[in-house]
Design a protein around this ligand. Structure first.
Ligand code: FMN
Length: 272
């Protein structure tokens, strides 16, 4: 059986899930989405095709939608998606279904997994403790066992969470407004005086927005940020910050940082 999983991950949660599914289903090929974005058409000849990615702003990340738009997926007999998230409702699967529909395909199954938050801009946010991560991981492992069975049996499984309705009801006002609202998400990053000029932010930046200039990071204005927060979370000095603006008060100067315990900066950079 030919199975390909295309993944995107800013801080390693989704990378971990892609790898775990890979371990459970022999012959799975893991392919980083970012490595393919410079192509006009992306071809797959796999029978089973999956997507693993984090939820960003209650949707799928921009690069995931861009990738899917370019994907020639004619060969796929079964298509699935797994979203990792910090626990809130989302409409990511509606986005994916809409893109797939234009290609004459359906999303046969989809699942959401609760993992630690990697978004430190909020007041009183703190990175998950080792104990919290272990509890989340235990739930994830259980759920991955059922996900494995669903995929191998090629079952239709449009998941309804126990705690959440997933995805957001397609025709709720909020759900319909989200793609529009997301266009206004425009946070700015900067580095403070703790910056040691090591270049980790440039290394992990998946969009190519961060460039080191005179040993300091510069976020290029003409490059679209993927908002994966890798630069923020992997900076060894916690020097990278999100600035406040008129819509958002950012607390990154006060808060800690998160990256998945098994995912190094090299693992994240390896997606490019
Ligand atoms: C900019 C941004 C927006 C996010 N929005 C959401 C959200 O709407 N709902 C949610 O549950 N988690 C949200 N998260 C949390 C991530 O989805 C979650 O931590 C995910 O597992 C990170 O995966 P990764 O390490 O593979 O990037 C957001 C994270 C970032 C950086």
């Amino acid at each position: 059986m030919d199975i390909e999983i295309y993944y995107f991950s800013g801080t390693g949660n989704s990378l971990h899930i892609a790898e775990e599914i890979g371990k459970r289903i022999a012959g799975t090929k893991l392919i980083p989405i970012v490595s393919l974005l410079n192509r006009n058409i992306i071809e797959t000849d796999a029978e089973l095709v999956g997507f693993v990615f984090p939820i960003h702003l209650a949707m799928s990340p921009v690069p995931v939608r861009e990738f899917l738009g370019k994907l020639d997926i004619k060969s796929a007999e079964y298509v699935f998606a797994v979203a990792t998230r910090a626990g809130s409702q989302h409409r990511a699967f509606i986005d994916l279904e809409n893109i797939l529909k234009k290609k004459g395909k359906v999303l046969d199954s989809y699942f959401s997994l609760n993992m630690a938050s990697n978004d430190p801009k909020f007041e009183d946010w703190q990175p998950a403790t080792d104990e919290e991560i272990a509890d989340l991981e235990a739930e994830v492992q259980n759920k991955l066992d059922s996900i494995q069975k669903v995929i191998l049996n090629r079952e239709k499984n449009r998941e309804k969470d126990t705690n959440f309705t997933t995805p957001l009801p397609a025709f709720s006002i909020l759900s319909m407004l989200l793609p529009f609202l997301n266009r206004f998400y425009d946070v700015e990053f900067y580095s403070n005086s703790k910056c040691a000029g090591c270049g980790t932010c440039e290394k992990v930046c998946l969009s190519g927005k961060v460039k080191m200039v005179n040993e300091k990071p510069v976020w290029q204005e003409d490059v679209q940020c993927f908002y994966c927060d890798a630069c923020l979370n992997y900076c060894p000095e916690q020097a990278v910050q999100i600035g406040s603006n008129r819509f958002l008060k950012s607390y990154t100067e006060e808060n800690g940082r998160y990256s998945h315990p098994y995912a190094t900066a090299d693992d994240i950079a390896g997606q490019k």
